[in-house]
Ligand binder design. Structure first.
Ligand code: PXP
Length: 389
């Protein structure tokens, strides 16, 4: 066992995904050419960390990470393949995660990289030159780890439903969502989304069929899992479908699918799409139960509902909702699902979500169309893309 994790935490400590941390540590050893080495990671409380900090460094209070090398001093000869211990205070990591607006597990990885760099002989206190070398090493390791995640900018898929809403308000044939989709693609959008609702309140069958012929990037058909719409999807063959809950009276999709409560219906729809080679995404709330159920029914993607985050009325509430999204995206990604997100995203709240490297695509409609009325559609899409860089 090259990586050993021991935990002195209790029930009130922030939750840690130990298996994930073990896998990351093993991968780090591999990247460093030390696959044969043994590493011990100790997860401790602030109280325990303060004791260690006092005894070994004569410093007061807890710190985030301490490394104890077995390759130095009188233990070196006995150490064999054992590199040493990286001790991390999970409580300090959690505070730093909140400060950096990342998940606790992400922060633990950053601290693990720092601790490991120490065990490999790097140091940031001896001289500026050595500190620079250590920072460079840590950056390289993190980049190599992130290489397993999204490497490029997050993709933007534009939902053109509201172009059709405006058309239907007059009952004539303009503005045309098909033309709008082309403009969005020319401006840099990498996907077009339309929701063919049962009541056909905006997008019509004709739009979906024409878009299938004209979209050059990726056509994502949003739909309820009803027989009529499933048949249309199987005929039109979009590049992917996103299953959403659909209620006739709602103004817009109000929340995520209850996948765990209707596994049979959803897995049936997924089976039919899979046979036609159409990947399925499930629009779900940032909720661990729904992620597990999505994986169990065979979804390829989940789209995490960002509506509650977008509707938050205080910074505190928004931070809490963001954390739920970040944790859910992380969990889904680690479970092997591909992760998209959307709903209610606008020019103020998108950048924070776009920074999450577990999410590959955002689906945005209303905010871009609203801005397009004043600045034009091309400009509105480009401005959104700029925010996501
Ligand atoms: N994702 C899903 C599943 C949706 O239903 C919608 C709304 O149609 C969106 C994303 C886009 O939401 P908004 O129009 O608020 O950007």
């Amino acid at each position: 066992m090259p990586v050993l994790i021991s935990s002195e935490l209790n029930d009130s400590s922030p939750p840690v995904r130990e298996q994930h941390l073990r896998e990351v540590a093993a991968h780090l050893l591999y990247i460093c050419g030390r696959s044969e080495a043994e590493l011990s990671i100790m997860l401790v409380s602030d109280e325990r960390m303060a004791e260690l900090n006092q005894v070994y460094r004569n410093r007061k209070g807890p710190t985030n990470v301490l490394s104890f090398s077995l390759m130095e001093g009188r233990d070196a000869e006995m150490a064999g393949n054992m590199l040493g211990d990286v001790v991390i205070s999970v409580e300090t990591a959690a505070r730093e995660a909140a400060r950096d607006k990342v998940t606790v597990n992400r922060r633990l990885v950053v601290l693990l990289v720092h601790g490991l760099a120490h065990l490999l002989g790097y140091d940031h206190e001896r001289s500026d030159r050595e500190a620079d070398l250590m920072t460079k090493m840590e950056k390289e390791l993190l980049q190599q780890l992130n290489g397993q995640r999204r490497k490029n900018m997050m993709k933007l898929a534009i939902n053109v439903d509201h172009v059709a809403t405006l058309r239907e308000a007059r009952g004539i044939d303009e503005p045309d969502p098909v033309l709008a989709a082309g403009i969005c693609e020319l401006a840099g959008a990498e996907g077009i989304v339309v929701h063919l609702r049962e009541d056909r309140r905006h997008i019509q069958d004709r739009d979906v069929r024409l878009l299938r012929q004209t979209v050059k990037t990726k056509l994502n058909l949003e739909m309820g899992a009803t027989e009529e719409i499933i048949k249309i999807a199987l005929q039109v063959r979009p590049d992917m479908v996103t299953l959403v809950p659909e209620k006739r009276k709602e103004l817009t999709t109000e929340g995520g699918l209850n996948v765990s409560g209707q596994k049979k219906k959803i897995s049936g729809a997924i089976d039919r799409m899979s046979k036609a080679g159409i990947p399925v995404s499930l629009f779900i709330d940032p909720d661990s139960r729904q992620i597990k159920a999505s994986r169990n029914v065979g979804a390829t993607f989940v789209e995490i509902h960002t509506g509650t985050y977008a509707d938050a009325t205080s910074e505190k509430e928004q931070d809490e909702e963001f954390k739920k999204i970040a944790d859910a995206a992380e969990e889904a990604f680690e479970a092997g699902l591909r992760v998209n997100a959307g709903h209610g995203l606008n020019y103020v709240n998108t950048a924070q979500i776009a920074a999450l490297d577990t999410i590959e695509e955002l689906s945005i409609g209303h905010a871009v169309m609203s801005r397009a009325i004043f600045v034009g559609l091309d400009q509105a899409v480009r401005e959104m893309l700029a925010l996501m860089m």
